[in-house]
Design a protein around this ligand. Structure first.
Ligand SMILES: *Cc1c(COP(=O)(O)O)cnc(C)c1O
Length: 421
């Protein structure tokens, strides 16, 4: 007699090669100080929803307006996701179908622009995102784009320049938001400028959605016409994207996502997002969001004490950008040494970087993932110490391995959500 497991073996039995690699990745995520600021640990509950049979289902369209039958359980799942996200951010409309942050932004272009229209966003080398009109992106090749920048002296966005460029270029879309900007966004000031020039203001909160949900960063709601985001960064949900807006733009956004840009939504991830939105509505999550920022500020102070040069002098959010020029080491070399030492981050350009983007002057790091494990301000001093040691001994593999072992053993006291090994 065959058992269910004979007919439909476990992953480990069916494909030991993939199973072993996933297990190794589990262990890696368990053993390292994961400090890439766009990453996090989704909870076990979120991961379970993502790995479910919902992945088998096609559901083109929107709840109660589908092109396929069998939506009895899919519709309430997507409705729960939408309603929870609407309540969490206090918006009139949420589209939870974008496959990720980049397609969410592309849908906004499709909703409001014709090819050749002008858009404006923070330049990539100054902390903006590719999809805000950077030349190598589809958004920079199908649309005319104008980039604003941060000031040379204090690395803050120059709102006078934003206003001047906006009045000159009259963009259809004005993006605010970025991937490597350690300071708070003044959404009200952007809204004033967008109104002056008749632009649609798009707040891309991919990095800071969780901070906003938890009250640790000002919200763009009431200022931006459209809000786009990923769901897997500080929000701690599954990989995905979403677009939040008001009743005025709801229909245009929905039409742009489907049938404009995408086919069947990934309902397993949408279920994961519903779970994450439920988690993010708790007091625990509010404490988490504030702790993320407190940790980043504390780490910034301790790194500053050790002579590291922080872009903009510090942080208001979850991330730090460090210019390593004064330490005599390039960003990529430092990132590789730190990774070996158990501190995972990415090399990054700094504003007005004289070096090339593939080998820039800085590194970018953040506290969302380590805060999900329960690290607090008190742990930031030893962390800064390990960081400093790794950068100072970047050529000494034995030293780097010793730091990695210390970190691995330190992290045993901080179990990571979703990691069961
Ligand atoms: C991460 C990010 C995106 C893109 O999200 P993906 O899910 O990687 O496509 C878009 N905008 C900003 C500001 C981001 O930080």
């Amino acid at each position: 007699m065959t058992t269910p497991t004979d007919r439909d073996p476990t992953l480990a039995a069916r494909d030991p090669e993939i199973a072993a690699l996933i297990r190794q990745e589990d262990e890696r995520q368990r053993d390292k100080m994961r400090m890439i600021p766009s990453e996090n640990y989704a909870s076990r509950a979120v991961l379970e929803a993502c790995g479910s049979t919902l992945s088998n289902k096609y559901s083109e369209g929107y709840p109660r307006k589908r092109y396929y039958e069998g939506q009895q359980f899919i519709d309430p799942i997507e409705e729960l996701a939408r309603d929870r996200i609407k309540a969490l951010f206090g918006v009139e409309h949420a589209n939870v179908q974008p496959y990720s942050g980049s397609p969410a932004n592309l849908a906004v272009y499709f909703a409001f622009c014709k090819p050749g229209d002008t858009v404006m966003g923070l330049g990539l080398p100054h902390g903006g995102h590719l999809t805000h009109g950077w030349p190598v992106s589809i958004t920079g090749s199908y649309f005319k784009s104008v980039a604003y920048s941060v000031r040379r002296d204090d690395h803050r966005i120059d709102m006078d320049e934003v206003r001047r460029l906006a009045h000159e270029a009259k963009p259809r879309l004005l993006f605010c938001g970025g991937t490597a900007y350690p300071r708070a966004w003044d959404f009200a000031a952007f809204a004033t400028i967008a109104r002056e020039v008749g632009a649609v203001l798009v707040a891309d909160i991919a990095h800071i959605a969780g901070l906003i949900a938890g009250g640790a960063h000002p919200s763009p709601v009431g200022h931006a016409d459209v809000i786009t985001s990923t769901t897997h960064k500080t929000l701690r949900g599954p990989r995905g994207g979403m677009i939040l807006t008001n009743a005025t733009h709801a229909a245009a956004i929905d039409k742009a996502v489907f049938p404009g840009l995408q086919g069947g939504p990934h309902e397993a991830n949408i279920a994961g997002l519903a779970v994450a939105a439920k988690e993010a509505a708790t007091d625990d999550f509010k404490r988490y969001a504030h702790q993320v920022v407190a940790n980043a500020k504390a780490l910034g102070r301790h790194l500053g004490d050790r002579g590291f040069s922080l872009v903009s002098g510090g942080t208001d959010n979850h991330l730090l950008l460090i210019d390593l020029t004064n330490k005599g080491i390039a960003g990529k070399k430092a990132a590789k040494a730190l990774d070996r030492a158990g501190i995972e981050l990415n090399y990054n350009t700094v504003p007005y970087d004289p070096r090339k983007p593939f080998d820039p002057s800085g590194v970018r790091l953040g506290t969302p993932a380590i805060t999900s494990r329960g690290l607090t301000e008190a742990h930031m001093e030893p962390l800064a110490g390990w960081f400093d040691e790794a950068v100072r001994h970047a050529d000494d593999d034995a030293k780097l391995d010793a730091v990695a072992a210390e970190i691995r053993s330190f992290l045993r006291d901080f179990p990571a959500p979703g990691i069961l090994v």
